[in-house]
Design a protein around this ligand. Structure first.
Ligand SMILES: [Zn+2]
Length: 112
């Protein structure tokens, strides 16, 4: 995977569609076979959502309904309410907005 954010998007999309149990931590046991599995699921997902409205997130088309969760729109770290779809993904995955995520990332790198 070239883009690490791509994985988050895919994971979230599958999670929304098939339930949380479908998604395991891809970083712990990521194999080409699993990647193929993921891509197959994405294909199915895309087909199912074909007729529905889509939004583009960082160049990837996603069904709009994936982003309707209002409860995840406020960052738990900086309390900023975000309209940014990118923040939605980060809040779902990391419980904070994109900016907070970057801050945490940078902090982590400095400590290494
Ligand atoms: Zn934040």
């Amino acid at each position: 995977m070239k883009d690490p954010h791509q994985l988050i998007k895919i994971e979230q999309a599958i999670e929304e569609k098939y339930g949380e149990d479908t998604v395991q931590d891809p970083k712990s046991s990521w194999t080409p076979g699993k990647e193929k599995q993921y891509l197959e699921q994405i294909k199915k997902l895309t087909k199912l959502e074909k007729t529905k409205e889509k939004v583009e997130v960082e160049g990837v088309l996603m069904p709009k309904k994936l982003f309707r969760k209002e409860s995840t729109r406020t960052c738990q770290k900086c309390n900023v309410y975000s309209f940014d779809l990118k923040d939605d993904l980060y809040m779902a995955k990391f419980k904070c907005c994109y900016k907070c995520y970057l801050r945490i990332e940078l902090k982590g790198k400095k400590n290494v």
